[in-house]
Structure formats: C-alpha cells, structure tokens
Design a protein around this ligand. Structure first.
Ligand code: ZN
Length: 217
C-alpha cells in the first residue's frame, strides 16, 4: 500500500517494547532489534503526530522466566493456568537500564507509556491484555477517549508482542497496520516455518494489513 497519510484525529503509532533488553547486547536479543529505532524516528519526525509506547516491565523472578522454573530452559513451553507459556531468559527487569526505552528513540510525540508484565504470575505480550487475554492494561480506554481508530504498530518483537497487540486491536475494532521494516521478530521454529511466518499468516487472516515505512513518504 502506498501513500498513507495518517489523520491526526484518528491515527496513532504504537511503539512496542523498543528496549535494549530486546536488542543485540541485551538479555533477550532480537536479531537487528536496534535497526527499528531510526525507522521509528523517521515516522515520529513527520507522518505521525501521536504515538504511545510500551515497555516490558517485569519484577525479578517473573513467571515467564525460565530461571523461575527449576529444570526448565529458555524457549521451552510450559502450561500455565491461562494456557501455554514460552519461557524466556530473564529480561525487562523493572528499573534496570536495559528496560528503559532506547536512548536514541525520539520521545517528543510519545504521549503515553504503557508498562506491562508487572504481575509476577502472568505474562503480557499484548499492549491491550495480559496473556489470559482478559486482564486489561487500560490502553483501549485511553485510545477510545482520544478518538483513535487506526493503529499502526512498530517495534519488537513481530511474532510476540507486536503480533498479540495487533490481534487484540482487531478484536477491539481498530483498523490495524503493522509497519514491517519498523519491526523485527524472534523467529522460533514453528509449524510451516518460524513464529514470524506463523504470526504473519494469523494476522493477515484476522484482517491486519502489512505495510512498510515507505508508504508514509
Ligand atoms: Zn517479557
């Protein structure tokens, strides 16, 4: 899709987990994760007047950490009361330097920062709901109050926090776009390829549109 002009009354950029903990050198590095920062900054410098950001924000000993489950390794899956949960290396620790928004991210147009994953017993990939898909982060209420209808997502990681956010946003009635070159994924093995492939199939079927930042030129 070419030539998207965001309407400041209804369109907002959602910047998901652009934190050093998910970048090369961080605790849960996404390949090329830091490459999203300049792309997002270009979107914030022109096309989008409004943005919100999210931060993965876990207490030490969080239940999504493999280290909290004796004998388990990162990237194994366990069954939690709310469903299957992938286990991760310790990451996104509240207040730690690597959990801050990336220092080069242009923050002037970021009007809200949503922190998620702070309940010890439940993970939160989506910016809308924790992983039980019921406990709200409050973001929907804020977007509704602001009159936002179209959500453009960027950040980390394509196949987890971006994908789950996009899926929930569609269910909540937003028109949702994922800006592909402003995202990077983890890409664990999955049926028919990686979790990135699987997420893209699932989101496309749900009505999410995939675009690139060139569409906003
Ligand atoms: Zn996390």
């Amino acid at each position: 899709m070419a030539g998207i002009t965001p309407d400041p009354a209804t369109d907002i950029l959602g910047i998901v987990d652009v934190q050093p903990t998910f970048m090369p050198g961080g605790e849960l590095p996404v390949q090329d994760g830091d490459a999203v920062v300049p792309v997002i900054n270009r979107l914030l410098a022109g096309p989008f007047l409004h943005a919100f950001a999210t931060q993965d924000w876990h207490p030490a000993g969080h239940s999504s950490f493999a280290s909290s489950h004796p004998g388990k390794q990162p990237f194994e899956t366990i069954e939690m009361p709310y469903g299957p949960q992938t286990l991760w290396p310790d990451h996104g620790i509240q207040g730690s330097p690597s959990a801050q928004l990336h220092k080069n991210l242009a923050q002037a147009r970021i009007e809200l920062v949503v922190r998620k994953g702070f309940h010890r017993e439940i993970d939160s990939y989506s910016t809308f709901f924790e992983n039980d898909r019921r406990t709200t982060t409050g973001l929907h209420g804020w977007l509704q109050a602001r009159g936002m209808r179209r959500l453009f997502l960027a950040g980390l990681a394509t196949d987890y926090c971006v994908a789950w956010s996009a899926e929930d946003a569609v269910k909540l009635g937003y028109a949702v776009f994922v800006i592909e070159d402003a995202c990077r994924g983890i890409g664990l093995p999955a049926e028919g390829g990686t979790t990135i492939d699987a997420a893209k199939r699932r989101l496309t079927a749900a009505g999410v549109q995939f675009v690139t930042s060139a569409a906003f030129a």
